[in-house]
Write a protein that binds this ligand. Sequence first.
Ligand SMILES: C[S@@+](CC[C@H](N)C(=O)[O-])C[C@H]1O[C@@H](n2cnc3c(N)ncnc32)[C@H](O)[C@@H]1O
Ligand code: SF4
Length: 386
Amino acid sequence: MDDWRHGGFGVYVHWPFCAAKCPYCDFNSHVAATVDQDRWRRALLAEIDRLAAETPGRVVETVFFGGGTPSLMDPSVTAAVIARIGARWQMAPDVEITLEANPGSVEAGRFRDYIGAGVNRLSLGVQALDDADLKRLGRIHDVAEARRAIAIAQSVCDRVSLDLIYARQNQTPEAWAAELHAALRLSQGHLSLYQLTIEDGTTFAKRARAGQLPGLPDEDRGTDMYLITNEICDEAGLPAYEISNHAAPGQECRHNMIYWRYGDYAGIGPGAHGRMTLGGQRHATAGHRAPALWLQAVEEQGSGEVSRETLRRAEEAEEYLLMALRTREGVDADRYAALAGHPLPRARIDDLSEFGLLEMHDGRLRATRDGRLLLNRLIVELSETP
Ligand SMILES: C[S@@+](CC[C@H](N)C(=O)[O-])C[C@H]1O[C@@H](n2cnc3c(N)ncnc32)[C@H](O)[C@@H]1O
Ligand code: SF4
């Protein structure tokens, strides 16, 4: 059996446009004066045709529209993309189709149309429940708009997730705890809670270097806030199933679980990454990052792909470890051994378990809560040849 089957198969569609660029964001997102939706629809459909021809007979378990701001995609484009995915592959009867949406009033007006197009899960980028902080984050919506958008989303869709960013400027652990309780009251079973990261190349990185971002929490305070986040979500019945993702049982994002279980996924759109097992070998694919370049490549060369690399088994094993250690369910030791050609390094695991960073039970390796804070270090320790 091909290894990807342990994780399943999903389709990621990237919509790279936003109404404004947030100063902390290093996603492949761009502000464009106009977007020719018809042209984008044609290109996305052509890419679905190309990738489906390479992977005949697959069953699509999940589709994820990510961005950028997919809620700026015309719902008719969303509908056409979903229909084409269903026509070229087989859609699982219980397929999960998520769309990332910004909680502005323009977007909220379209939520019903996305559901009509086949979307059955909305992920709203609320980011903060504090107007001053939303401004500081460069967001173009306020808390009242976000609350209205949440209510509209929940009235048309059974599964609505909220994204929040914590460890913001001058945010105390107490203030975050209060905000998280408020978010839990608004939520219906899924929260993505990200610690603010100052990413290289962003406006925030420039401001931080110039000393213009005072009051950012230091590492210890960031850790405190991460631990508080976990405690509060545990109590509320939304434990972490991944470092930043919290869900009531059964409400986990199945698309993200395909990444973390190291399944296969077709990546469609500018900068989209894919993992596709073809003829027993896993390939890492990536699309041209710049939207105009991607569009031109699809139209003129029949493919938006900029790179395709065949992964060695050792690279697959490392990627699997990296992904699965993020999750509560952890790494299947037998599966790792089959990929790596050698078992997990037992002695090193014992050492790291003594420090309370790892746990091994029933053939599965898991990072503890403390271990998840040091994940990069753990991966290095575990990947070194035993
Ligand atoms: C693809 S992004 C954005 C989706 C949508 N466009 C939005 O802004 O609401 C997914 C999520 O990543 C998180 N995120 C983006 N940049 C971040 C950063 N520098 N630090 C922490 N979280 C970040 C935000 O919570 C965001 O909602
Ligand atoms: S955070 Fe979301 S809205 Fe802001 S620039 Fe990034 S993708 Fe666009």
